[in-house]
Design a protein around this ligand. Structure first.
Ligand SMILES: [Zn+2]
Length: 371
């Protein structure tokens, strides 16, 4: 019995990849595969980042959809990509195309970790420099707390009591920012942005360099899960409010993008560093394109529960061994389900909303064609 009657949702990286390759081929896509140079799946199979370009190769108005920046979140982004392919009957204009980037962090996906093979949060890795020698006292305190572990798992109670103490001292905004912004000093910590560009980062850049040179208008969505109301989309637009890009995002997806801050405990969006979406935007703009970009999350559970997911992810990487195999397997499933609920209603809601969002995006690109 499959875990879902919604067949676009997969149960493994391999299953999702096979479906993507098959359906892309059926659509006559221009496909590229990028093999990870050193890492493999847990079964020893290659790790691949796949792309599919649907539409004329010289299309000027291009939509890009990225899945899998954070490993287990890939299942949902990939399902959205497959669902779009399933329903695609052609574009309203010959100058439109879709670029699907499937499993941008295939290591994280196949190994059920949010991070890359180097414990790097790929969505903090797209920075110009990696400040590995400057660490604030708050970073030291927070990382020491978040890494509190026992052979049975993260020490949740110690961590949460410690965090409450800290936020009473320095305020919730500083603490949430510290956990979320990304850090470049604690390679085995949480939110580590790396000390150089990850393979996934370089590959993503190469994909965009190859496909977007001719583009005049580019709309990019990086699909994620874990922030927002259960099963509902949550828009994170990183362009400056009132900028041309922001206005374009607003005309595309409506006032929902103005609520970018509501999903955070502090009521304020952290000042994230090294985001993939911003790097993708800059590449498209470098080719002279006008851009409309957003990270779109689908909400799963409350912020505190999701923090537990990050702690489990780190613990599994550094503390799971032969002695605690059963505990590790249980925690692994718990973590996966925090980012990928095994719930038909949640999945159906995701697909329904994504169809609307993609239709809005393509409609605006089509208008760009006319202007
Ligand atoms: Zn994410």
């Amino acid at each position: 019995m499959p875990d879902s009657v919604l067949p676009v949702f997969s149960q493994s990286y391999e299953e999702a990849r096979d479906k993507f390759l098959l359906l892309s081929k059926e659509h006559g896509a221009y496909s590229r595969s990028y093999k990870h140079p050193s890492a493999c799946t847990p079964n020893g199979a290659p790790l691949m980042l796949e792309t599919a370009w649907i539409g004329p190769r010289d299309a000027k108005n291009v939509m890009v959809m990225v899945s899998g920046t954070h490993g287990p979140e890939a299942y949902t982004g990939a399902a959205i990509q497959l669902n779009w392919l399933n329903g695609h009957k052609g574009f309203p204009s010959p100058s439109m195309a879709m670029l699907l980037i499937h499993g941008v962090n295939p290591y994280g996906w196949a190994h059920s970790s949010r991070t890359t093979e180097h414990n790097v949060d790929l969505n903090r890795n797209f920075v110009d420099s990696y400040p590995s020698d400057t660490s604030s006292q708050l970073t030291e305190q927070v990382q020491a707390l978040l890494c509190s572990s026992s052979p049975k798992g993260p020490r949740f109670k110690t961590i949460f009591i410690g965090l409450i103490r800290l936020l009473l001292n320095v305020g919730i905004t500083k603490v949430v920012n510290e956990i979320s912004n990304g850090q470049y000093t604690h390679a085995k910590g949480i939110g580590y942005g790396g000390d150089s560009a990850e393979w996934a980062n370089l590959t993503m850049r190469a994909v965009l360099d190859e496909h977007l040179k001719q583009a005049d208008n580019v709309t990019i969505i990086d699909w994620h899960t874990g922030i927002g109301r259960y099963g509902e989309p949550y828009f994170l637009c990183f362009d400056e409010p009132f900028s041309e890009e922001y206005q374009r995002a607003r005309s595309c997806w409506g006032a929902a993008i103005d609520k970018s801050n509501a999903g955070y405990s502090s009521g304020q969006r952290p000042d994230y560093q090294g985001l993939l979406i911003n790097a993708a935007r800059d590449i498209a703009q470098g080719f002279g394109a006008k851009t409309t970009t957003a990270v779109i999350e689908f909400g799963t559970y409350a912020n505190l529960k999701m923090l537990k997911g990050l702690l489990i992810d780190r613990w599994l990487r550094y503390h799971a061994d032969e002695e605690n195999l059963q505990i590790a397997a249980k925690l692994q499933t718990q973590m996966l389900r925090l980012f990928y609920p095994e719930d038909e209603r949640w999945r159906a809601s995701v697909l329904q909303h994504s169809e609307t969002i993609i239709a809005q995006s393509l409609a605006v690109l089509n208008t760009d064609d006319a202007s």
